[in-house]
Design a protein around this ligand. Structure first.
Ligand SMILES: C[S@@+](CC[C@H](N)C(=O)[O-])C[C@H]1O[C@@H](n2cnc3c(N)ncnc32)[C@H](O)[C@@H]1O
Length: 281
């Protein structure tokens, strides 16, 4: 696919979907999109755009492909240990028991549900509320559905699996897999459904991190992991500045294990460790 045409593709995608591909690292994103288009036997971006205009399934496939939804419960367990031992007790001491926490780019829900479970060690469940957002509607459907493969639960403390999940298999799983939107469950022999007592603590909403109007206000912790790695440096900086404005004084920002905020001092964050930052002004 010619490099120059990528500009054309970006403009058309912005018009059709509202997604600004300029904010994502170009080489990586172009490679992913080209792979998808080539697999479909299409040679020109213009032909692909025509397809997206008339075929809703193709549009959904595109959105799913570009969003990269990999997630799992307690991803990078050492970070969650720090969350349990240090961050949650500090937040409760500073802000009390009704904490406002936002899981931004929550994918299949593993992250916001992990937050509820981590908080449940410190607070009664009925006091816990998590706001969870993602740009991808299909993935939000899966998050609300709350059914996971065994592998997604591997890093999570064992006690949570017994306490907060129910195993589904056989006819029950077959029946669920037959419902529209659940095709991904068809090949599974067993799956794990998160219990309502955890599920009901999370409110999911579609929101775009590149849209200033999609940002909420006055949060005490933001968890945003493994999404900004796909953004350009400029887009990333912009998001970190907006997060700063969302956080209250001494609110915390939790990022992924391979990420960092380069100009954090200029943005008025203090670095607590390599993945926790705090608003200082
Ligand atoms: C790799 S997943 C990360 C999930 C989870 N935070 C974790 O660390 O396991 C990245 C998520 O970012 C979402 N995403 C990508 N671009 C976004 C945007 N502009 N606004 C909001 N979410 C976005 C994708 O849909 C995807 O679900």
């Amino acid at each position: 696919m010619p490099v120059n045409d990528y500009k054309y593709l970006k403009e058309k995608i912005l018009g059709l979907t509202g997604v600004d591909l300029n904010a994502y690292k170009e080489a990586q994103m172009k490679r992913r999109i080209d792979q998808l288009i080539t697999k479909k036997g299409i040679k020109e971006y213009s032909a692909y755009i025509d397809l997206l205009k008339k075929d809703r399934d193709a549009m959904e496939e595109f959105l799913n492909h570009f969003t990269i939804n990999v997630s799992n419960f307690y991803r990078n367990p050492e970070q969650w240990e720090f969350m349990d031992k240090e961050v949650i007790p500090t937040l409760i001491k500073r802000f009390g028991k009704s904490l406002k926490i936002w899981s931004a780019a929550c994918s299949t829900g593993d992250e916001p549900y992990s937050l509820v479970m981590a908080l449940s060690k410190h607070l009664p469940l009925n006091m816990i509320r998590i706001y969870a957002t993602d740009i991808d509607k299909t993935i939000l459907y899966k998050a609300k559905r709350g059914i996971y493969v065994e592998k997604s639960l591997e890093d999570m403390p064992k006690e949570f699996k017994t306490k907060y999940f129910t195993k589904i298999e056989g006819k029950e799983l077959d029946a669920v897999a037959k419902e529209k939107g659940n095709e991904d469950l068809k090949t599974l022999r067993t799956a794990w459904k998160i219990n309502d007592e955890i599920k009901n603590r999370v409110t999911f909403k579609q929101a775009n991190l590149l849209e200033p109007k999609d940002y909420p206000k006055d949060y005490q912790m933001i968890v945003c992991r493994n999404v900004l790695i796909y953004f350009t440096e400029e887009a990333k900086d912009e998001v970190f500045r907006r997060f700063h404005d969302v956080l209250v004084h001494e609110g915390m920002l939790f990022i992924g294990s391979t990420e960092q905020i380069t100009g954090y001092k200029d943005m008025n964050y203090a670095r607590k460790n390599s993945f926790f930052y705090e608003r200082i002004d």
